[in-house]
Design a protein around this ligand. Structure first.
Ligand code: PA5
Length: 462
């Protein structure tokens, strides 16, 4: 298998029974795992959720490939306007397959550039527009609801910028829309203006949509092998439907996270990639895990306020920033390391003797070996301090492995949701804030929320 999961350091025999999973706990929850598998299968077969079937849709992928082939040569920048599940997957793909980009760097530097406009920070949007040329930019606007305020507002600005640069007529050929088929104002606009449009299946939620047109359209435009992504994801789907817990990697990973949260009080999961290429994926995963599993009510309607807070930390960078807390602070975290067996570069350290002891032991070795040693050492040190941790190892970072990894994490999330007896596929918790924003921005039908916001302000000042 091209991705492995090593749970040894989650076991009680490694970190003690207070923090690690015991053999009895595992044995007593095997049936829960089987029920979770059956639950996700039933939701899939009944059509309630669609992400498991996305890898099969090679017709859509071929259409997208054909469309991007036609557009090739006419752009040097793809400007993605979208937010949350409509943006993070594309960023993760860009970072993994054309990166790595500097952690705190500018947008993608690989050509064609991918510029993602998500946060509605006016300074950020202004600078991004200055960095692009309208005649050389394709705009992809993505919103499943077709009405997300951030996306709509930014798109209006980008569209005006495009029109000023290429003229009203040419705008049509430079905008691609990804949205729901039968609803939403973005769909209406796309039809009225004649924009090329790809649809998002109704049963695929934003954070599970990276392998739908949401991720595939921008990915194909920047040259990612999207059929390879789907091949990898299809392979993981086969694994995820296996009934044998030992062979079903996402189910096993979900069960361990479930036990870490519910039996050991590990309310925080640190996703800890030791590869800059996986940094975008860590941010994509944060949304997937947080929005899917952070819920007030369980399926029976009882108030549970459940969830595990996902945190992203980067390899040796965060060893020098977060690990002190991880080793000695509250023992409320479970660590999931992500490592890559065969990075595309080894970073050979020249054989050059300096006569200095602090330098010479490293000469003739490599950055890959050092990174691996640091990852192993951090795991060992955490384990010695009774901090449970586990490891995903990807053989390589290429389209197939990334497709596999996305699908693994999506299945793991779906299974964990079933184990927690919550609906992992809604996001009621983000709705109220959205409605207040609509009220404050004067959207028709939301004046009650404007009033409700005013009463909140009164309470604050009284
Ligand atoms: O996962 C989700 O459903 C959300 O995070 C959405 O992706 C996000 O709110 C953006 O929604 P939309 O695609 O409708 O603009």
């Amino acid at each position: 298998m091209a991705i492995q999961f090593d749970e040894t350091n989650l076991l009680a025999r490694m970190v003690g029974a207070a923090d690690g999973v015991t053999v009895e706990e595992l044995a007593s929850t095997e049936r829960l795992a089987s029920a979770a598998l059956a639950g996700v299968k039933a939701l899939t077969d009944g059509g309630t959720i669609g992400f498991p079937n996305l890898p099969k849709d090679t017709d859509l992928a071929n259409q997208i490939v054909a469309h991007s082939a036609k557009a090739q040569g006419s752009y040097d920048t793809v400007c993605l306007v979208g937010i949350g599940g409509s943006a993070l997957g594309a960023w993760a793909l860009d970072c993994a397959l054309r990166g790595p980009h500097p952690v705190q760097g500018d947008h993608s530097t690989t050509k064609p550039r991918l510029v993602i406009l998500d946060n509605v920070d006016p300074e950020f949007v202004h600078l991004a527009l200055l960095s692009m040329k309208p005649k050389k930019t394709l705009v992809v606007v993505i919103a499943k609801s077709g009405a997300t305020a951030e996306t709509v507002a930014t798109f209006l600005i980008v569209r005006a910028w495009l029109e000023a640069g290429v003229g009203a007529k040419a705008v049509r050929s430079r905008v691609i829309v990804v949205t729901s088929e039968g609803r939403g104002d973005l769909k209406v606009l796309a039809t009225n203006e004649g924009y090329t449009t790809f649809h998002i299946p109704e049963n695929v939620g934003g954070r599970f949509s990276v392998l739908s047109a949401v991720g595939l359209v921008p990915a194909a435009l920047i040259g990612v092998d999207i059929l390879g992504l789907l091949r990898g994801a299809a392979r993981m789907t086969t694994i995820a439907w296996k009934s044998d817990l030992a062979a079903n990697l996402p189910l096993r990973a979900a069960l361990f996270q479930y036990l870490a949260l519910t039996r050991k009080g590990k309310t925080i999961q640190v996703a800890f990639p030791y590869a800059n290429r996986l940094w975008g994926t860590a941010f994509w995963f944060r949304q997937l895990w947080a929005e899917s599993l952070g819920k007030a009510k369980n399926r029976s309607g009882e108030i549970v306020h459940v969830g595990q807070t996902p945190v992203a930390a980067l390899g040796t960078t965060d060893q020098h920033s977060q690990v002190q807390l991880y080793m000695e602070g509250p023992n409320d975290k479970v660590f999931t390391f992500w490592s890559v067996k065969k990075p595309s570069q080894v970073g050979a350290i020249p054989v050059e003797r300096t006569g200095l002891e602090g330098f010479d032991y490293l000469t003739g070795q490599s950055l890959a070996k050092l990174l691996d040693a640091e990852c192993k050492s951090t795991q060992a040190a955490l384990t010695e301090n009774q901090r449970p941790n586990c490891l995903f190892t990807l053989d390589r970072v290429d389209a197939e492995h990334i497709g596999m990894f996305f699908q693994l994490l999506e299945f793991e999330t779906a299974f964990a949701g079933e184990m927690l007896n919550i609906n992992a596929f809604d996001q009621e918790g983000v709705e109220l804030g959205k409605k207040f924003t609509f009220g404050l921005m004067g959207r028709k039908g939301f004046s009650d929320f404007k009033k409700r916001y005013a009463s909140y302000e009164t309470r604050r000042t009284s």
